[in-house]
Ligand binder design. Structure first.
Ligand SMILES: [Zn+2]
Length: 496
C-alpha cells in the first residue's frame, strides 16, 4: 500500500501515483501541508536560529491505538522505521550545521491532548545515538510545543535578563582579578631572582602563571555566556506573531545543538570486535582516518581441514553455516552477499593488520566436553556443494568489487582486489547419481586483505547531511572526508 509523502499514513486503496514522485492524502494537500508551511513561517519569524526544518508524523505511529491487529502492528513498525529515518536525517543535518530547530507536525493530534511522552519514547533513544561528542542529551535537545512559545517567551526573557546581569557582574570581577594577576607577575619579574633565590622565584612564578591561565579560561567562559544571552535577547519578537503561535498545539519544536565534530548518520563501514562486527562511533572513525595506519601486504593461503577444526571465531575469523541442500553456484554466492553480510565483513576485516577470513560451511556448535557441566563450543565442518570453483570465485570477486567503495585516507577512490578465494574439500555426501556428475563439497574460504584506507560496504559511501538554505543536502564522499579530517564542522562558539 502507498504511503502519504507528508504524514506517512496509508493512502486509500486505488490512489494513483507517478513513479519517483510523492503522493499525498487529499486532506494533507488541502489542510495539513499548508498548515505546516504557516507554522514554519510563524516560527521562522520568532526564531533566532537560521536553520529551521519541518517534518510531519501521523499520531498513529507514536501512540498505541484503541484497536490494533497483528497485521496493523507489523505495518506500523515499517511506517515508524521510515519516519525514524526522516527524523534522524533532519537532526543530523542540524547537528552538522551549527544548530537549529526541527518543527514536528503531529498530524491527527487532538487539541486537548498535552501528553508528550509518546514522542519521547519514539524518539529519545534514536536522538541519543546522534550524540557522540560526549555532550549531555539535555544540553543538546530541548522540546517545546509551538503553542507554548508565547507564554514561555515572557518568562524566558525575564530569566535571561537576570542571567545577563549576573554574568556581567561576574565578568567585571574576573577582569579585575585578571589585571591584578598580570600586575603581580610583572612585579615579580622586576624584583628578580636576587631577593628570592632562583628556586623560590621559579616556584612562585609557576603558581602565578597557572592562576593567570585559569582566570583567562573562566573569562572566556563568561564572555561566551554573555554573548549567547545577548544574542537571544537582541531579537525583538512581534507580539502579533507570538499570539499566532497559540493555535499550533500540534507542533513540537525540537531544538538541536550543533555537534563538536561531524555527525555521520550511517558510516556504511564496520569494525570488528572478537564476537561480532559493529558500526564505529564517530570519534573512532575520525581517529582511524587520522591515524593513517599503513598496513603491510599479506600472502594468504588456503587452510586444511585439519587446522580448521582448531580455529574459532574471532576479530579476524567469521564462520557462516550452510543449511541448504543442493543449490546452484549463483544461489550459494547470493546467500553470502544477501543473507550473511559478506560485504560488511570485508569492510571490517580490511581494518585488521592481518586482514581476516570469512568461511561458508562451518558452524560453532554447543558441546559438553566429557560430561562437563558447562556448555562450550566445537567446530562442525559442513558441505557446500560447488559445481565450478572458477565460477564461484569469479562471482565472489565481482560481487565484492561491485559492492564496495575503497578510499585512501584522503578520500580518493582506489581500485584494489580485496579478496582471495580458496576451496577446502570437505568430504563426500556419499550420494552418487548414476547419470549426473555429483557436485563436490567444499568449505569456501574468502580471505580479505588489509587496506591502508577505508572500505565502505556501499558504493555511495558514508551518509551525512547538513542544512543549506531551507533544504537538506548530502555530503559527497570528498566533502565527508574533508569534514572528518579537517574538523570543518564544529560549533563556532567554542572559538569565539
Ligand atoms: Zn497524509
Amino acid at each position: 500500500m502507498l504511503l502519504c509523502g507528508y504524514c506517512g499514513e496509508d493512502l486509500p486503496p486505488g490512489t494513483k501515483s507517478v513513479e519517483g514522485e510523492k503522493t499525498y492524502h487529499e486532506e494533507c494537500i488541502n489542510l495539513n501541508i499548508p498548515r505546516g508551511q504557516e507554522a514554519l513561517d510563524t516560527f521562522r519569524n520568532i526564531s533566532t536560529q537560521s536553520n529551521v526544518l519541518c517534518m510531519a508524523i501521523h499520531v498513529n505511529y507514536i501512540h498505541g491505538l484503541a484497536k490494533e491487529n497483528r497485521e496493523q502492528n507489523k505495518r506500523k513498525k515499517e511506517k515508524r522505521a521510515i519516519k525514524t529515518k526522516e527524523l534522524l536525517k533532519n537532526v543530523t543535518a542540524l547537528r552538522n550545521s551549527n544548530s537549529g530547530h526541527l518543527l514536528i507536525h503531529f498530524v491527527g493530534r487532538e487539541k486537548e491532548d498535552t501528553f508528550t511522552g509518546a514522542f519521547d519514547e519514539f524518539a529519545d533513544d534514536k536522538l541519543q545515538t546522534l550524540i557522540q561528542d560526549g555532550s549531555l542529551f539535555t544540553d543538546v535537545y530541548t522540546k517545546r510545543f509551538l503553542s507554548d512559545y508565547a507564554i514561555d517567551l515572557d518568562k524566558l526573557q525575564k530569566k535571561q535578563h537576570g542571567v545577563l546581569e549576573e554574568t556581567s557582574g561576574k565578568l567585571e570581577k574576573k577582569i579585575k582579578e585578571h589585571q591584578s594577576q598580570q600586575e603581580q607577575l610583572a612585579k615579580l619579574d622586576l624584583k628578580a631572582k636576587e631577593t628570592l633565590g632562583e628556586e623560590l622565584f621559579e616556584e612562585i612564578r609557576k603558581i602565578l602563571r597557572q592562576k593567570l591561565v585559569e582566570t583567562s579560561q573562566e573569562l572566556e567562559r563568561l564572555k561566551n555566556i554573555k554573548s549567547k544571552v545577548e544574542k537571544k535577547l537582541s531579537v525583538c519578537v512581534d507580539k502579533d506573531t507570538l499570539k499566532d503561535t497559540h493555535q499550533y498545539k500540534d507542533f513540537l519544536v525540537l531544538y538541536v545543538e550543533g555537534g563538536f565534530y561531524l555527525t555521520t548518520s550511517d558510516s556504511k563501514t564496520k569494525i570488528a570486535l572478537d564476537e561480532r562486527i559493529i558500526s564505529p562511533s564517530d570519534p573512532t572513525l575520525i581517529k582511524f582516518l587520522k591515524n593513517r595506519t599503513q598496513f603491510k601486504s599479506v600472502h594468504p593461503s588456503g587452510h586444511t581441514l585439519e587446522d580448521l577444526t582448531k580455529l574459532h571465531e574471532s576479530r579476524s575469523v567469521q564462520f557462516k553455516g550452510y543449511f541448504k541442500g543442493k543449490e546452484t553456484d549463483e544461489k550459494i554466492v547470493g546467500f553470502m552477499f544477501d543473507d550473511h553480510k559478506l560485504l560488511e565483513y570485508v569492510g571490517a576485516f580490511t581494518k585488521n593488520t592481518e586482514g581476516g577470513t570469512y568461511f561458508l560451511g562451518i558452524v560453532e556448535k554447543e558441546h559438553f566436553f566429557n560430561g562437563s557441566h558447562y556448555k562450550s563450543k566445537f567446530v562442525e565442518i559442513q558441505r557446500v556443494p560447488i559445481s565450478s570453483q572458477q565460477n564461484v570465485a569469479a562471482k565472489i570477486k565481482e560481487g565484492v568489487s561491485k559492492g564496495v567503495l575503497i578510499c585512501d585516507y584522503d578520500g580518493n577512490e582506489a581500485n584494489d582486489e580485496l579478496v582471495d578465494v580458496f576451496f577446502i574439500p570437505s568430504g563426500d555426501s556419499g550420494k552418487h547419481d548414476a547419470d549426473e556428475k555429483a557436485p563436490e563439497h567444499f568449505i569456501i574460504q574468502i580471505h580479505v586483505k588489509p587496506v591502508s584506507g577505508i572500505v565502505f560496504y556501499d558504493k555511495q559511501g558514508p551518509q551525512a547531511y547538513r542544512v543549506e538554505g531551507d533544504t537538506i543536502t548530502t555530503f559527497s564522499v570528498k566533502e565527508w572526508f574533508h569534514a572528518v579530517i579537517e574538523n570543518s564542522v564544529v560549533r563556532w562558539e567554542i572559538y569565539v
